[in-house]
Design a protein around this ligand. Structure first.
Ligand code: URA
Length: 432
């Protein structure tokens, strides 16, 4: 039996733990044999001393072994792909990438989470679609992926229970923002869900976990390494989250924007990221194509209407109504106008996320109910030229009072200047 105080002390002093010690620590904690306060102290020691690659792998492996695992590829007899984003403001990428990849004949199965704080979760966006079922049994999931090539569901409690418990503990002990703990948390869930190839999207900027490109690269490299050690193909995109992605932020608004994008009418930055992610997924699939050909096929799926058709098949298969006219709408729409002529020098993502949260479109605690209709549409983005009185953004709210409050926050997100800001594209780097 391990002596937990010794392990905490060794990590606190900068030492290493063996694979067996990490395994016993995590599995003992999951079974309730090791108390929260000891794991909390260990996480804080890791915050200051870190984990090396082997220890991070041992932690990920122990978390996977704490619950069930799926082998989707062998159940379907095909290579199955998955995608994951570290979360940002207006990030509806999976809603567009899933149908594009499915339209190209590649099965995609994704287990998704709910949003917390200023970032929205894919499941919350999908639940704005009337009738959409986020819970499928394992058999239903496999059957749906076989039949329509795509399923996005909530994560079952049987998968990686250690992460559920550990994340809740980290959340209240200031130990969430630790790269090896984030890497093992994300990758344990992705690896346990059984995809053969995974495209990760690490967001970088003021609206994301990772504020700098350097930190994002370190996280990306650790996740790619964990995938490699587990024998899976993993590619990590690093993408800009200094401003919201696309125009729409808020659940039903984002579903509409994803649908517009599938029809070829999406915002430039969002469309670009969707095409990058889709091309990478197709290149990792069993189609045998390279990234350029993957992109060509993704573009064709949009242009020929196959991506929209795949979206409709998928939503119907999961019990939902794919007609955008049935999505909820907010009763109050309030414009935020430019007070002067200029060029948008900055559009901070974080206040847009916070404004959406204040409108009722996000959760402060995990049991909060959310309003799917509300949000913000940022018409002007970084680099847009505006005249005084032009609409910068629109707030979609439940009532006038919350609309007025959100409008002030949205106004504070915009910085107008006189010169075009130095631009960069949505994709900042790719780690393979
Ligand atoms: N997302 C996760 O799933 N886990 C983390 O630790 C951070 C972000």
């Amino acid at each position: 039996m391990i002596r937990v105080p010794e392990l905490i002390e060794r990590k606190r002093n900068g030492g290493e733990l063996s694979d067996e010690e990490i395994s016993e620590l995590i599995l003992g904690f999951t079974r309730g044999e090791i108390p929260d306060y000891q794991l909390a102290a260990w996480c804080m020691a890791v915050y200051f001393r870190g984990l090396n690659g082997r220890e991070t792998h041992a932690l990920t492996d122990a978390m996977i072994r704490s619950g069930e695992t799926l082998a989707l590829g062998s159940a379907l007899g095909r290579r199955v792909v998955d995608k994951h984003s570290t979360g940002g403001v207006g990030d509806k990428t999976s809603l567009a990438v899933g149908p594009i990849v499915a339209a190209c004949g590649v099965p995609l199965a994704k287990m998704s989470g709910r949003g917390l704080g200023h970032t929205g979760g894919t499941l919350d966006k999908l639940e704005s679609i009337p009738g959409y079922r986020v819970e499928l049994t394992l058999d239903e999931l496999v059957e749906q992926v076989r039949e329509v090539g795509l399923a996005i569901v909530g994560q079952t409690g049987d998968l990686v229970p250690a992460d559920k418990k550990l994340y809740a503990l980290r959340d209240v002990t200031a130990t969430v923002d630790i790269v090896p703990l984030i890497a093992s948390s994300i990758m344990s869930k992705k690896l346990a869900a059984g995809a053969d190839a995974i495209v990760l999207d690490v967001k970088v900027g003021d609206g994301a976990f990772m504020k700098t490109l350097e930190d994002a690269r370190i996280l990306a490299e650790q996740m790619v390494d964990l995938g490699r050690r587990a024998g899976r193909d993993v590619v990590c995109l690093l993408s800009d989250m200094d401003q919201p992605l696309g125009h729409a932020v808020g659940h039903a608004l984002e579903v509409r924007e994803a649908l517009e994008t599938l029809a070829g009418r999406g915002p430039t930055d969002f469309t670009e990221l969707v095409l990058h992610a889709s091309a990478r997924l197709l290149a990792l699939s069993d189609l045998g194509v390279d990234v350029e050909e993957g992109r060509r096929r993704a573009e064709a799926a949009i242009a020929e209407g196959a991506a929209t058709a795949a979206y409709e098949r998928w939503i119907r298969a999961q019990g939902g109504d794919p007609d955008p006219d049935v999505l909820p709408t907010a009763p109050v729409v309030r414009p935020v106008v430019a007070e002067r002529e200029g060029i948008v020098a900055r559009l901070h993502a974080l206040p847009i996320g916070i404004a959406t949260l204040g409108l009722g479109g996000g959760r402060r605690t995990k049991d909060d109910a959310i309003d799917h209709a509300v949000g913000v549409v940022c018409h002007a983005k970084r680099g847009s030229a505006v005249a005084a009185g032009d609409v910068l953004a629109e707030v979609h709210a439940r009532d006038d009072e919350s609309a007025a409050r959100a409008a002030e926050t949205v106004r504070s997100a915009y910085v107008l200047g006189d010169e075009a800001p130095r631009g960069h594209g949505i994709l900042l780097d790719v780690i393979e």
